[in-house]
Design a protein around this ligand. Structure first.
Ligand code: NAD
Ligand code: MG
Length: 385
């Protein structure tokens, strides 16, 4: 039996991962499940999976978790240190599906045990890509992409040499406001931004899809993960979300990954890798679909994409600043303190502020945490001003 843990088990990716685990009875032994505030879900899943431990990120909810697990063999724990301890428990495969920079330290702890890390938490690679890759290499750990576009690229590269890559094309649905007049974007609501035309995901990544901050993170994620030059990475708007990514090779051929918008494909690929096994995803009827459309993203509609290019050119801690500013701007948008279009201004200003301070020294967990903290404070000051 393979021992597995899921960090962020109660979220959209976590629940899809559990769905696949349920369908393979007797194949997996669940070690740790972690969650945030949804204690009922965390406890129910931990009981059902007979997990060794269930951890809530929120220390104030430890009592609630203990009561919910009473009478079972599942241990309960809470807080940041407990999350990291959970990630250190020996496991063969660990899903990193916490949302945001909070996923970095547990993901790093998982890599330090030399395991296979299925990486949905793109934010950690954006904030600390070189550190994660170096840690994985040092401990003999493997990172498998779970983001659908990166899983698509990874699959297109099976049997290929990295030197044969000419370019990579990542597709974007265009999000909730693809067809809205630009002048409306200052006034759209959180509820509207939280409805994705094609994918069913957590609220934060859904709003990031509408602003294309998600795609901005993904360009940086692709650069880090596949060691690409920024100029090799393109984004195309593809409203059908059927082609997830394409790899263009030096001989002019392009390999496209085509599939329904169902995260269980990318999760399942990482779970079964290096094998390919049957998965419960819809079989596409291309004739019924009829057409696939592609277009260039409008830079005025999606300023986040330009900011990602700036971040890649700057290097160092720019990724950590970019991600933290984006997360904080999103908090303010969700709380009604910032408009939708204002988010990219806040992030741009946070990057400008960083330029004024000298970015020095190698990337460590501490340095990333420091830049993350400074940036969130700066965005808060901009909002308060
Ligand atoms: P979600 O909001 O549905 O779930 C997030 C999980 O993280 C939950 O278990 C939550 O309890 C936990 N969490 C939240 N804040 C935390 C904190 N401070 N400390 C510890 N745990 C915390 O999010 P999601 O949509 O499942 O996304 C998870 C990750 O996967 C994100 O990095 C996202 O970008 C990435 N991703 C998601 C999808 C998708 O389809 N949902 C696709 C590609 C990539
Ligand atoms: Mg994606």
């Amino acid at each position: 039996m393979r021992r597995i843990s899921i960090l962020g088990a109660t979220g959209s990716i976590g629940q899809n991962t559990l769905d696949l685990i349920r369908r393979a009875p007797g194949e997996f032994e669940v070690v740790a499940l972690t969650g945030g505030r949804n204690i009922a879900q965390l406890a129910a899943d931990a009981r059902e999976m007979r997990a060794e431990i269930a951890v809530t990120a929120d220390p104030a909810r430890l009592g609630e978790l203990r009561s919910a697990l009473a009478g079972s063999d599942v241990r309960a724990a809470a807080g940041e240190a407990a999350l990291i301890e959970a990630a250190r428990l020996p496991a063969d495969w660990i899903m990193s599906a916490i949302v945001g920079a909070a996923g970095l330290a547990p993901g790093m702890a998982a890599l330090e045990q030399g395991t296979t890390l299925a990486l949905a938490n793109k934010e950690s690679l954006v904030a600390a890509g070189p550190l994660m890759l170096e840690t994985a290499a040092r401990h003999g750990a493997r990172i498998l992409p779970v983001d659908s576009e990166h899983s698509a690229i990874f699959q297109a590269l099976v049997g290929e040499d990295a030197s044969a890559i000419d370019r990579v094309v990542i597709t974007a649905s265009g999000g909730a406001f693809r067809d809205r007049p630009l002048s409306d974007l200052a006034h759209v609501t959180v509820a509207e931004a939280s409805r994705h035309p094609n994918w069913d995901m957590g609220q934060r990544i859904t709003i990031d899809s509408a602003s294309m901050f998600n795609k901005a993170l993904e360009i940086i994620e692709a650069k880090e993960f596949f060691g690409l030059e920024p100029a090799q990475i393109e984004v195309l708007v593809h409203p059908q979300s059927t082609v997830h990514a394409l790899v263009g090779f030096v001989d002019g051929a392009m390999m496209a990954h085509v599939g329904p918008p169902d995260m269980r494909h990318a999760i399942g690929y990482a779970l079964n890798w290096p094998e390919r096994r049957a998965l419960p995803v819809e079989r596409l009827d291309l004739a019924a679909l009829g057409r696939l459309d592609f277009s260039h993203p409008d830079p005025a509609r999606y300023p986040a994409l330009g900011l990602a290019r700036q971040v890649m050119a700057a290097g160092g801690h720019a990724g950590a600043v970019f991600n933290a500013a984006k997360e904080r701007a999103l908090d303010h948008f969700i709380a009604g303190r910032a408009g939708f279009a204002q988010m990219s201004d806040l992030v741009a200003r946070a990057l400008e502020e960083m330029d004024k301070r000298a970015d020095s020294g190698p990337i460590s967990l501490e340095s990333v945490a420091r830049w993350d903290h400074l940036t969130r404070q700066h965005v808060d000051r901009l909002i308060a001003a």
